[in-house]
Design a binder for this molecule. Structure first.
Ligand code: KMH
Ligand code: ZN
Length: 309
């Protein structure tokens, strides 16, 4: 595979981990998610990764109407590649999680490549007077849950994505998941280019160290061969690991889904602030930043005119 000429910055703006009271800058309503995504795109993110949140209490929601409103408004304001979540939140059913991709038929959607404990209960320790009653129980409950992605589920997701021309962005939380992807490649369910998002530092998954990132990339080369890849890391590991990924020929994911801070002790005022910071780092490394059209070519996406929103 030809060396990628420009790097893709992804902004994951809200996710389903952080709760509103953890930061006054956290995009927690549909309008705030839209604005954070559009400003992150204007700052240099070719791709925005989107989850939906309930306008009433800012909790993660499987509501299709809310997701449609968010992605439609983003499309009206810019040509960002929208990566629609199929991970949703740990407690959502497989059907609830996949419904937005089925209905909206985006160019790109996340595809979680295996089951994992996805624990962020200790965030509750940071909350004294949360704005919403659901916040602390929601965080603590992750101690009891598994983020389930069975092989039957993966086959169902991949068949659905292939049917609608959706490129899967494989979320890889640990090394065994690379073998899962290789397994489905052998079954002919994965089209090239294969796009991997190494999501590191989730409690339950692979620790966010440079050695582990090197190990993941090496294992993927052995098991998968050619692939395009990107790196994201939780919390304070975000910038050290994403910078390492850039030096290794990878792409970068930042955003308030993964980390609320710009640097230790300094809350990020938006995902765009993190995009600006990683863009500066990339340019100092002599790298060029892909715009959305260039990202579409690198990932061989079907085009914004083929989506259903
Ligand atoms: N919220 C996590 C449980 C995805 O977007 O597909 C899963 C997640 C991955 O955020
Ligand atoms: Zn996500």
């Amino acid at each position: 595979m030809a060396k990628q000429s420009k790097i893709i910055i992804t902004a994951a703006v809200t996710g389903a981990t952080h709760t509103p009271s953890l930061s006054p800058y956290f995009p927690a309503t549909p309008d705030q998610i839209i604005e954070d995504a559009v400003t992150a795109h204007r700052a240099g993110a070719a791709v925005v990764h989107i989850h939906a949140r309930d306008p009433k209490d800012c909790s993660p929601t499987p509501d299709l109407g809310v997701m449609k409103e968010i992605v439609t408004s983003i499309k009206q304001q810019c040509d960002a590649v929208v990566c629609v979540t199929t991970g949703g939140a740990v407690w959502m059913s497989s059907e609830q999680r996949l419904a937005p991709a089925v209905d909206l038929k985006p160019e790109l959607a996340s595809c979680n490549a295996g089951s994992v404990n996805f624990v962020f209960a200790d965030l509750a320790l940071k909350l004294e007077n949360p704005k919403y009653e659901w916040e602390i129980p929601y965080l603590k409950r992750t101690n009891e849950l598994v983020f389930t992605n069975t092989f039957t589920g993966l086959e169902y997701y991949l068949n659905t994505m292939n049917e609608h021309g959706i490129r899967p962005e494989f979320e890889v939380y640990d090394v065994g998941m690379i073998n899962n992807i290789a397994y489905f490649m052998k079954k002919g369910l994965v089209q090239k280019p294969v796009y991997l998002q190494f999501v590191m530092g989730i409690l339950g998954g692979i620790p966010a160290t440079v050695d582990n990132l090197v190990y993941l990339v090496k294992t993927a080369r052995e098991q998968i061969g050619d692939f395009v890849w990107s790196c994201a890391a939780a919390g304070r590991a975000q910038f050290p690991l994403v910078t390492a990924a850039l030096t290794m020929g990878g792409n970068a994911r930042v955003g308030l889904e993964d980390n609320l801070y710009l640097k230790p002790g300094v809350l990020a005022k938006s995902s765009a602030e993190q995009v600006v910071q990683i863009k500066e780092i990339a340019e100092r490394l002599g790298l060029e930043i892909a715009n959305s059209e260039e990202a579409r070519q690198i990932l061989d996406l079907k085009g914004l005119d083929k989506v259903n929103y």
